[in-house]
Design a protein around this ligand. Structure first.
Ligand SMILES: *Cc1c(COP(=O)(O)O)cnc(C)c1O
Length: 434
C-alpha cells in the first residue's frame, strides 16, 4: 500500500520526486496546487475538471534547458501529450520548439505563438495535404518514417518550389521494457525505418530532389524508467551517423526522442531528466545538435483531474466509489492499466476503507483506481494525480459526456483555458433526416 493512498500521511508534498518539483501540497487538510485551493477550483468550475500548474510545467521544462544549456540543443515539446493552447503558449514563451504528429497540431503551435521552424513533424501517415501545409508554413524538419513518405515529400516540395528539411526516423530495434502499447522502437512496431536499412534510405534521400538532409531521429517508447534502452538505441543510431559520414552524408542534429517516464507509483524505479540529459550529452558528439522530444515528463505531473464522489456503493465483493469522472475523461487506466494516485481534496480524520474508484460509463473497464484506501463521503472531491499528460487529449464524448474544462493555475490565480463542453457542442454537425 502506497502511503499517499492514506490521506493522513500525505502532509508532505505530493510530487516530491526528482523529476518534478512539487507543486501539490496540503495546507490545513486542504489540497492546494501552487497557491490555489483545489476546492475553490471545484466551486468555480465544477467537476470533472482538469487543472494544471504553470510553474510546474515551467520547472520541468527548465530541467531540460539547464541540463543542456552548455551545448547546441533543441527541446521539442511533444504536443500530443497535452495540446491545450495556453500550455503550448507558455512553453513557446519558455523557448520550447515542438514535436507534432498532425497538421492540426501544427495549427495549434502556430496559434499559440510557436515557430514552425522550431517544429518537427513526426508520424507514419502524413498526408499530402499535411505535407503541403507544413512546407508552406516553413516546418523545421520532417521526421520521415518510410521510403514512400520520402518520395512523396520530394515530389510535393519540388512541385511547390521548396526544400523539405528531413531527418530519417530510425527504428533501432531495442526493447524499451515499457507497456507494449507505448513501445515504438522494436522491429515489429510500425514506426521508423529499420536501422539496417538506414544507410540505403539516406542515399535515396540524397538522390531525390527537393530534400535537405538535416538529421536523424529515434523514439523508442514512452514512460521509460531505465537508461539502458536509450543508451542501446542511441549508440546504434550513432554508429549509423558514422557510416553516413563515411559516405559523405553529414548530419546537423541527432534527435533522441522523448519518453522519460514519471513516478506514477511512488518508490517505483525512475529516471530523472537530469540523469537522462547528462547521459545523452555524453553519448552524442557535441558537433551534433542534440534534440529531444519530451512530452509526459514536462506536463504529466503538472496536472490533475478533479472529480466528485457521487455514490458510495457496497457490492457483495467490493466497495465502490462512483465518481463523476470516467474513462472517457481519463483513458489511461482503461487503455494501459495505468496506475494514478488518487487523493482527497479535503483530508478527514479517519483511516478510511478500500474503494474501487469507478466512473459512470457503461463499461467494466471504467475503473480509475482499484483498492484505494480513502476516507470519503458522498459529495467529497478527489484529485487523480499525474493526469497532465495523455489525459484531456485522449478524452472522448463516449456516452454523450461533455469533455471537462481545463484550468491553468498560476500562483494564486486559476485561469480557465478551455470551457466545459455543452450538449450543443456534442451534437454540432449532426443532422436529423426527413
Ligand atoms: C509520443 C512521442 C514523444 C513524447 O513521448 P513522451 O513519452 O510523452 O515523452 C516524442 N516523440 C515522438 C516521436 C512521439 O511519438
Amino acid at each position: 500500500m502506497s502511503p499517499a493512498t492514506n490521506p493522513r500521511s500525505a502532509s508532505k508534498p505530493l510530487n516530491d520526486r526528482p523529476e518534478s518539483v512539487s507543486f501539490f501540497n496540503y495546507q490545513n487538510g486542504q489540497l492546494y496546487l501552487e497557491q490555489v485551493q483545489l476546492n475553490d477550483v471545484v466551486a468555480r468550475f465544477g467537476t470533472p475538471c482538469y487543472v494544471y500548474s504553470k510553474a510546474c510545467i515551467e520547472a520541468n521544462f527548465a530541467q531540460y534547458r539547464t541540463a543542456l544549456a552548455h551545448r547546441n540543443h533543441k527541446i521539442l515539446y511533444a504536443v500530443k501529450a497535452n495540446s491545450n493552447l495556453a500550455i503550448l503558449q507558455l512553453l513557446a514563451k519558455a523557448g520550447a520548439g515542438f514535436d507534432i504528429v498532425s497538421g492540426g497540431e501544427l495549427a495549434r503551435v502556430l496559434m499559440a505563438g510557436g515557430n514552425a521552424a522550431d517544429t518537427a513533424f513526426a508520424g507514419v501517415g502524413k498526408t499530402r495535404a499535411e505535407i503541403e501545409y507544413a512546407l508552406a508554413q516553413g516546418i523545421g524538419c520532417f521526421n520521415v518514417e518510410s521510403t514512400n513518405e520520402l518520395k512523396l515529400l520530394s515530389q510535393v516540395a519540388t512541385a511547390m518550389g521548396r526544400t523539405a528539411p528531413i531527418a530519417i526516423r530510425i527504428n533501432p530495434d531495442v526493447d524499451p521494457k515499457t507497456h507494449p502499447y507505448i513501445a515504438t522502437g522494436l522491429r515489429e512496431n510500425k514506426f521508423g525505418i529499420p536501422i539496417d536499412d538506414g544507410l540505403e534510405v539516406y542515399r535515396l534521400a540524397r538522390s531525390l530532389p527537393g530534400l535537405e538532409i538535416t538529421g536523424v531521429c529515434c523514439h523508442i517508447g514512452s514512460q521509460l524508467t531505465d537508461l539502458t534502452p536509450y543508451l542501446d538505441a542511441v549508440s546504434r543510431v550513432i554508429s549509423l551517423v558514422d557510416s553516413l559520414a563515411a559516405d559523405g552524408i553529414h548530419l546537423h542534429h541527432l534527435d533522441v526522442g522523448g519518453g522519460v517516464g514519471i513516478g506514477y507509483v511512488e518508490d517505483a524505479p525512475k529516471l530523472s531528466v537530469g540523469e537522462f540529459c547528462a547521459a545523452m550529452d555524453k553519448l552524442v558528439d557535441r558537433r551534433l545538435a542534440l534534440h529531444m522530444e519530451p512530452g509526459r515528463s514536462i506536463v504529466g505531473a503538472a496536472g490533475t483531474l478533479l472529480t466528485e464522489v457521487v455514490y458510495l456503493k457496497q457490492a457483495p465483493e467490493r466497495r465502490f466509489a462512483v465518481v463523476d469522472a470516467a474513462m472517457n475523461d481519463l483513458m489511461r487506466p482503461a487503455l494501459y492499466q495505468a496506475w494514478h494516485r488518487i487523493v482527497p481534496l479535503t483530508q478527514r480524520n479517519d483511516d478510511g476503507v478500500d474503494y474501487d474508484i469507478v466512473g459512470p460509463v457503461c463499461e467494466s473497464a471504467d475503473v480509475l483506481g482499484r483498492s484505494r484506501r480513502l476516507a470519503i463521503a458522498e459529495g467529497d472531491c478527489l484529485a487523480i494525480l499525474d493526469a497532465g499528460a495523455y489525459g484531456f487529449v485522449m478524452a472522448s464524448n463516449y456516452n454523450t459526456r461533455p469533455r471537462p474544462p481545463e484550468v491553468l493555475v498560476d500562483g494564486g490565480r486559476a485561469n480557465l483555458v478551455r470551457q466545459r463542453e455543452q450538449f450543443d457542442d456534442l451534437v454540432r454537425g449532426e443532422q436529423l433526416l426527413g
